[in-house]
Design a protein around this ligand. Structure first.
Ligand code: ADP
Length: 259
């Protein structure tokens, strides 16, 4: 028979926030946080008011990507003021714990931390809140997807088979909780050799596009494997703001215009 359908519970929205979009991946290291960051900046470049919620509480990398640190101050009662990077309001578990503190929390604590970051933060008026989900498609992710009133999800994958299989699991996870999948981004899609100018499909190329077609979800775009993307991420100067005229920045703005 059919797998049990998760109960579609009415999730209250976040006041002032028009849409909440999750960025997810089946496994770690595929560039989910890099995509979240540049997608958020792309949405902003397209004229929207944007916030980022770093729900990847086991490996929060949003503070580094946005070059923001410090402790959010309360504005009233328990409600915290989000930090800001490049004009984007940012909230991350990374602000709440020391960097080298291992997060060995149990499920319910993860959920309450997420709920707090969602509902006890002065997000203000936002067109889009982009949520960087923890990698994987297990119970924790499923519960999170259920807790957050999501308008949709973006799945990030590399072209390899294995990564795609994981992405497929992610897709099914969101379908189970009735969250529309806005599409798939193929990251590390190809490599342009700076020496010879030739193009190399290091992880094979086009797998995500094919998979998206097969699964009937939009294909949002291909992001090349490029040292500039990595360096700018590590320096906290994401490519969309540090090189707005680059082809890469254009790719992210194009992806942003499709979600
Ligand atoms: P995840 O959030 O999926 O774990 P990250 O966004 O942290 O992945 O990316 C993992 C590493 O790969 C980081 O060092 C990041 O800078 C790098 N990276 C991500 N996307 C690209 C890309 N398109 N080209 C080059 N490096 C990338």
């Amino acid at each position: 028979g059919h797998p049990p359908q998760e109960q579609a519970t009415a999730k209250p929205g976040v006041p002032g926030v028009k849409r909440i979009i999750a960025v997810a991946s089946g496994k770690g290291g595929v560039g989910k946080s890099t995509t979240t960051t540049n997608l958020a900046l792309g949405l902003q470049a397209n004229g929207l008011k944007v916030g980022v919620l770093d729900a990847d509480i086991y490996g929060p990398s949003i503070p580094r990507l946005f070059q923001v640190s410090g402790r959010p101050e309360p504005v009233s009662g328990r409600v915290l003021k989000p930090l800001e990077g490049y004009g984007i309001k940012v909230m991350s578990m990374g602000f709440m714990v020391e960097e080298d503190t291992p997060m060995i929390w149990r499920g319910p604590m993860v959920i309450s931390a997420l709920t707090q970051m969602l509902r006890e933060v002065a997000w203000g008026e936002l067109d889009v809140l982009v949520v960087d989900m923890p990698p994987g498609t297990g119970d924790a992710q499923l519960t999170m997807a259920q807790q957050v009133p999501l308008a949709g999800a973006v799945i990030v994958s590399t072209p390899q088979d294995l990564a795609l299989i994981d992405a497929r699991k992610g897709l099914n996870m969101f379908r189970r909780v009735d969250v529309p999948v806005l599409g798939i981004v193929e990251n590390m899609s190809y490599f342009i050799c700076p020496g010879c100018g030739g193009r190399h499909d290091i992880f094979g190329h086009g797998g995500a596009r094919k998979e998206a077609e097969k699964l009937g979800v939009p294909f949002l775009g291909e992001v090349p494997l490029d040292i500039a993307i990595r360096e700018n991420s590590d320096n906290g100067t994401p490519i969309v703001v540090s090189a707005p005229d680059s082809q890469h920045a254009q790719i992210y703005r194009d992806i942003a215009s499709k979600v």
